[in-house]
Write a protein that binds this ligand. Structure first.
Ligand code: ADP
Length: 476
């Protein structure tokens, strides 16, 4: 079974969020299931650097107005095909946003080209390489499925990592997509008179997946469906939720080179060196109170406004905070105000720092994820793996991966963290206080850490589900 993955991010080459982690981890996880996954990615600068030795396997005399090539190589152990189109992708910084923080004005052209090139590769453009299935991730790659539907090719799976990002563009862009006129229709890419790349993919895919069972249900309703719930209900028979895993080789406290002291569930006492290192990095007073961390995009989706409102009352109770992230200016400022009001108790590092995120997971007592909605969420799974107990909103993949320390779960000895009702600073505060009460008791806290660290957050189960999905499609 050969699967062409088309994704606009790939850890460790390009990452803005969970999509990169998933796209980077799936090839190895699927190899164990007998699936060969080759990853098609845009030729961003970091990708081209990693593929410096790559072979050129195709020349486009013209793609969106300029010549382009496809390169083939191996990067970070993953078989990669890169779309080297300098006029579209050879730009520094964020893959989607210009230096002014706004979407690149030619994002429609960039990802229309990416999807149509993926479609050509799926149809056998490269000699000796014929995928059985193409797996397109999010709006940037979703049109690959529309190309398969209207122009033929192997079956296409579209995975929704976040329904909030839909690739909406004016109808005037349609001629650039390379799709036949009938694709501009309610059954195709048309969306309220304009275009939605994601909708076009969801309407035409052979199968749709999203990254947790709870989110798969939530998006069928108007609240989380974000305008696409009607379409998703119509396509419910081909929609499934397959929970993300994490790369347990990269995220392993027993061997993580980025942390001060390695440890396992049997040597939790060794974790204290990491707690000290974390406190130092965030200028926190080293005391024994509950140390809660956040590693996140700072957006309303992630509930960062609720966090800002909860900090002061929780600091009065003796809780400390280590906050790592970046995002909306107003939220960054709100957190900065809390940090300067509570020196030594609230540490804020604004920015994106992959290595520091490991230090945080290894040293924090708890990792807080108060999202309003969360397709899957990875940070809480890193927390489980590292014994930083997750405190999460009861939504989407957060609800599916954390077992709340309620009385029944505590009695049964299965709890792995704390859940709270979403969208409520009071509920969040209450959950942190429950965590604090357990933390003070020592022994029961360690029991939860052991449960958390024993939870299966690997890709094994989910990779088997993807493999089964691919083979069911390729047999049709
Ligand atoms: P999303 O993809 O919605 O941002 P996820 O929880 O699925 O949320 O994935 C976020 C990923 O990005 C995780 O790997 C997390 O550790 C990482 N991350 C987010 N913000 C930062 C940051 N400021 N520094 C380092 N890593 C970050």
């Amino acid at each position: 079974m050969i699967v062409l993955s088309a994704a606009s991010e790939l850890y460790p080459l390009v990452k803005t969020g969970g999509l990169a982690d998933v796209a980077g981890a799936l090839p190895a996880a699927l190899a164990a299931q007998g699936v060969r996954m080759v990853s098609f990615v845009p030729g961003y600068p970091a990708v081209l650097t990693a593929l410096a030795e790559a072979e050129v396997v195709h020349h486009f005399p013209e793609l969106m107005g300029e010549p382009a090539r496809i390169l083939r190589g191996v990067a970070a152990g993953v078989e990669v095909l890169a779309l080297d189109a300098p006029h579209l992708f050879n730009r520094a910084g964020n893959p989607y946003l210009g230096p002014d923080g706004r979407d690149w004005p030619d994002n429609a052209q960039r990802f229309a080209a990416f999807s149509s090139a993926a479609a050509m590769v799926a149809r056998g453009l490269i000699a000796g390489f014929q995928p059985d299935v193409v797996h397109a991730h999010d709006w940037q790659a979703a049109l690959t499925a529309a190309h398969m539907h209207y122009g033929g090719g192997p079956p296409a799976v579209v995975t929704i990592h976040n329904l909030a990002f839909q690739g909406l563009f004016p109808a005037s862009v349609f001629p650039l997509l390379g799709l036949p006129p009938q694709a501009f229709a309610v059954e195709g890419v048309e969306y309220y008179g304009g275009l939605s790349f994601l909708k076009g993919g969801l309407a035409t895919a052979s199968a749709i997946t999203t990254v947790s069972p709870s989110y798969a249900e939530e998006i069928l309703g108007p609240r989380e469906g974000m305008g696409l719930d009607g379409l998703l209900r119509a396509r419910e028979s081909v929609l499934t939720g397959i929970l993300n895993g994490i790369d347990t080789r990269i995220w392993d406290p027993a061997s993580d080179p980025l942390i001060a002291q390695s440890y396992t569930a049997k040597s939790l006492a060794r974790r204290s060196a990491n707690r000290k290192a974390l406190a130092r990095r965030f200028n926190l007073k080293a005391d024994d109170g509950l140390l809660v961390a956040v590693v996140s995009r700072f957006t309303a989706q992630k509930g960062i406004d609720l966090l800002a409102a909860a900090i002061a009352p929780l600091v009065r109770d003796g809780v400390s905070f280590a906050l790592l992230g970046s995002g909306e200016r107003g939220l960054e400022e709100a957190l900065a105000r809390e940090a300067s009001a509570q020196p030594g108790r609230v540490g804020l590092i604004t920015g994106y720092d992959e290595a520091l995120s490991h230090v945080v997971q290894a040293g924090a007592d708890a990792i807080l994820v108060p999202s309003r909605f969360e397709p899957c969420g990875l940070t809480q799974m890193y927390g489980l793996r590292y014994g930083a107990l997750p405190i999460v909103a009861r939504v989407g993949g957060l609800a599916d991966t954390v077992i709340d320390a309620n009385e029944a779960a505590l009695a049964a000895g299965v709890a792995t963290g704390f859940q709270h009702a979403p969208e409520s600073a009071d509920a969040l505060i209450h959950a942190v206080r429950r965590a604090q009460a357990l933390h003070r008791r020592g022994g029961p806290w360690q029991a939860l850490q052991k449960n958390a660290m024993a939870a299966d957050v690997s890709w094994a189960r989910s990779a088997a589900r993807y493999a089964a999905l691919y083979s069911s499609l390729s047999k049709v």
